[in-house]
Design a protein around this ligand. Structure first.
Ligand SMILES: Cc1cc2nc3c(=O)[nH]c(=O)nc-3n(C[C@H](O)[C@H](O)[C@H](O)COP(=O)(O)OP(=O)(O)OC[C@H]3O[C@@H](n4cnc5c(N)ncnc54)[C@H](O)[C@@H]3O)c2cc1C
Length: 370
């Protein structure tokens, strides 16, 4: 008998888990059903930066996840044959206005590089060099270039991974579901029992798990960004991502698409409405580096909900008192980077019973529950 697995949530974690359960050896022994409402999904509204190496965060488990996550994405993009529109290592530029801060950043980069070969090469750039690499800038600061940095289109990534998983063992149902007290899935069409249920519902994790009698300590945060159309630069498909000091990030995709963002609004919670004040602020930040941009360049505004825990760390594992229910959440502002590697670890558990290295990446799940 095949193991029946249900996944609730089709963001980067749900889509990656479905992909791994479909493509890893042993996947033919599993039937996977993924339910996704899509509402407020962080993944499809994210900026798309993969560049964890210069983070100031001290949490070693998070850094290990993020570093291994960046490496896994390189492998995954090859294995799943992802196009450059979905994922590309265009490099990242992190700028500083103060020379001493820049030197400090360079030292951090060099020390992290020893243990992270996928960072690639590191270069110190003058403001002119930065402008040459990102020609749409009218104003630039000196910075550090890291060649291994990448940008990823979350929506396109999820669509492609789900498409590939559907050719294997995945049934994808774009609908909202709930759980009952024993962990069965409740759909409008009726109740369904699965051997294993994996809750990857992002900021909605607490709501989804509530019927099991547990309270997951996950809170929502509203994030908003603008997508600009800069068709004047159609030939510049490989511009690096720019992370300017104290300002919004620039993420140039191909075909004249430029993302600028994002906001971190704790008060906004699950709100998905647009705010003129926020859009004006995002555009003003972009204009400090590209004075030619106007509101006419705005093609789209995107809003998603991030999931945070009290210690800002992602968590994953078994739900306390419910050995057949797994959960992962709290990916915060770096979940495009950490999501697939968590899903790979969950796939190893579901397919092979392996969970021996989880402590390297996360604290026990029970501390994230009341
Ligand atoms: C504006 C913004 C910018 C960001 N930029 C970056 C970045 O540059 N780099 C980076 O690494 N990370 C970034 N992030 C963070 C990253 O997007 C998230 O951490 C990550 O996408 C979370 O993935 P997830 O799969 O856990 O959750 P989500 O992507 O939120 O997916 C959860 C899914 O579960 C579904 N769901 C919930 N409840 C139910 C239910 N009851 N039934 C069915 N489906 C349900 C939701 O509809 C949703 O589709 C950004 C986030 C935002 C919002």
């Amino acid at each position: 008998m095949k193991q029946k697995v249900a996944i609730i949530g089709g963001g980067i974690m749900g889509a990656s888990l479905a992909y791994f359960l479909g493509t890893l050896p042993g996947g033919e022994q599993v039937d996977v059903t993924l339910y996704d409402s899509g509402i407020g999904q962080a993944t499809s509204n994210a900026a798309g930066i993969i560049s964890p190496w210069l983070s100031k965060r001290r949490n070693q488990q998070w850094y290990q996840l993020a570093k291994d996550g960046a490496t896994l994405l390189i492998q995954l993009s090859r294995e799943a044959n992802l196009s450059n529109d979905i994922y590309q290592q265009t490099g990242t530029i992190v700028t500083r206005s103060d020379e001493a801060d820049l030197q400090l950043l360079l030292q951090t980069a060099q020390s992290r590089q020893q243990d992270a070969p996928d960072m690639g090469t590191i270069e110190l750039l003058s403001a002119t060099d930065v402008q040459e690499r990102i020609p749409l800038l009218t104003h630039a600061q000196p910075g550090i270039f890291i060649s291994g940095g990448a940008r990823i289109d979350g929506a396109a990534f999820v669509t492609e991974l789900l498409r590939q998983a559907q050719t294997k063992n995945l049934t994808f149902l774009p609908e909202q579901v709930t759980l009952n007290a024993t962990g069965d899935i409740i759909r409008s069409a009726g109740i369904k029992h699965f051997d294993t249920v994996v809750v990857l519902a992002g900021a909605r994790t607490a709501d989804v798990l509530k019927p099991l009698g547990v309270t997951a300590k996950v809170r929502p945060q509203k994030g908003e960004l603008i997508e600009l159309n800069v068709k004047d630069y159609p030939t510049l498909e490989n511009m690096p991502v720019l992370m300017p000091e104290g300002e919004r990030d620039f993420i140039p995709f191909g075909h004249g698409k430029l993302i600028v963002g994002a906001t971190h609004d704790d008060e906004g919670g699950f709100d998905l409405s647009r705010s003129q004040a926020v859009e004006t602020d995002l555009l003003a930040s972009a204009q400090r580096f590209d004075a030619d941009l106007t509101a006419d360049n705005i093609a789209q505004v995107k809003i998603g909900t991030r999931a945070y825990t009290a210690d800002f760390a992602p968590f994953f594992g078994q739900v306390p008192q419910h050995p057949n229910v797994y959960v992962a959440s709290g990916l915060g502002s770096s979940g495009l980077t950490t999501g697939p590697v968590i899903s790979r670890l969950l796939a190893n558990k579901i397919l092979y019973g392996l969970d021996d290295n989880w402590g390297r990446y996360t604290k026990p799940t029970n501390i994230y529950f009341d």
